[in-house]
Design a binder for this molecule. Structure first.
Ligand SMILES: [Zn+2]
Ligand SMILES: [Zn+2]
Length: 370
């Protein structure tokens, strides 16, 4: 049943699943009036993330239906509240995973609101007014100004959309581990999908030596020729893995299928770090010897704060980085979900919500963003 919160008076067309694993079909619902701290966004594009699929199927047992997924949102501002500065009507903006947080805890105060204990997500969350949040598979969004970022003028809005989740997810661990300003350091990227392909682009933009580690031999050509990776290790080939021993400074592991971290840790130099950003359902295998014998570290990381998201987008503007996307129409969402479940996409589906068609050709570069 659709919610009824008093000031939720704006009627919005979107796409929702009504039950676990159900088809995503057109859905009319209500959003709140644009408050003093809000901006209203005409959604142009929304990326399809693996998280959407997990929520759709209720894999984590926390989905509230009807579910309007989508947290890789780009669009144009159509209204701003009276307390809003820094955004105006017509601005090109993005909204990622976050809808609200407590604003008071040490993490919120430190621009790490993604780690706030009370963080609420842009869909399947509970907003400050008690309403359930509905995401970007819809034509319009009302968002609090604190969770909105600017999209640089030179980035195409469809190809920029997945940066709001996939991009910032790989950007933050790279930043935290000083990879943005350490040209020549050696980065390993495990898994070549939505997250992995952006990690390669960042790595190359920041002057790193990038090695892709994958179970699929067919991805070598793509990784090297199309994405510019310097090296490729087939993780099922013991010779490859032996040759790569102690060669990397830092590894981003994007794989959500079950796997052991042991062979990956062996690729790290002494004191190297591996960051998990994929989320395997079962506990990962973490053998102690490669940790102890190399003084290595294993960490996790989840998306990023809003300040970091803006920083990431500004750097993407500077280096002209966007995602490789396949743009679909809203009536192709279910087909795309099925393909997403099989990892049959290069590298992200993006829904053309605004009906603009594909706009991946970068627009004229504006000096303001350089
Ligand atoms: Zn996501
Ligand atoms: Zn907080």
């Amino acid at each position: 049943m659709a919610q009824t919160t008093p000031n939720h008076t704006q009627t919005v067309s979107g796409w929702a699943a009504q039950e676990p694993g159900g088809k995503i079909t057109p859905f009319i619902f209500k959003r709140r009036e644009n408050g003093v701290d809000d901006v209203t966004i005409k959604i142009l594009y929304c990326g399809m993330c693996h998280t959407d699929l997990h929520h759709l199927r209720n894999d984590w047992g926390i989905t509230m239906y009807p579910l309007v997924p989508g947290h890789e949102i780009t669009g144009e501002i159509t209204k701003v509240g009276s307390n809003v500065s820094g955004f105006k009507v017509g601005d090109r903006v993005g909204v990622g995973c976050l809808a609200a947080s407590c604003l008071e805890c040490e993490y919120c105060k430190d621009s790490q609101e993604n780690y706030c204990d009370k963080v609420q997500f842009v869909y399947n969350g509970i907003f400050w007014d008690g309403s359930i949040t509905y995401g970007g598979y819809s034509q319009m969004l009302v968002a609090d100004k604190r969770y909105v970022v600017h999209v640089p003028e030179n980035l195409a809005m469809d190809a920029a959309a997945p940066l709001l989740c996939a991009g910032v997810t790989v950007f933050c661990p790279m930043k935290d581990n000083n990879m943005l300003d350490s040209p020549g350091k050696k980065l390993g990227v495990v898994g070549l999908g939505g997250l992995g392909h952006v990690a390669i682009k960042f790595g190359k933009a920041f002057g790193l030596h990038v090695t892709v580690i994958s179970t699929s031999p067919s991805k070598e050509k793509e990784a090297r020729q199309h994405l510019g990776a310097d090296d490729f290790l087939l993780s099922t080939n013991p010779k490859h893995m032996l040759a790569g021993k102690r060669t990397l400074d830092f590894i981003i592991d994007t794989v959500s299928a079950n796997h052991s971290l042991g062979p990956l840790l062996e690729l790290l130099q002494v004191k190297g770090t591996l960051v998990l950003v994929g989320a395997p359902e079962n506990p990962v295998q973490l053998p102690s010897f490669p940790l102890i014998f190399g003084k290595r570290t294993v960490k996790g990381s989840m998306i990023g704060g809003i300040k970091e998201t803006q920083e990431m987008l500004d750097l993407c503007g500077k280096h002209n980085i966007t995602c490789d996307v396949e743009v679909i129409k809203p009536d192709q969402i279910n087909e795309a979900m099925n393909r997403l479940a099989k990892n049959d996409v290069k590298y992200r589906f993006v829904i053309d919500i605004g009906g603009n068609g594909k706009s991946s050709e970068p627009q004229k570069i504006s000096n303001a963003n350089l």
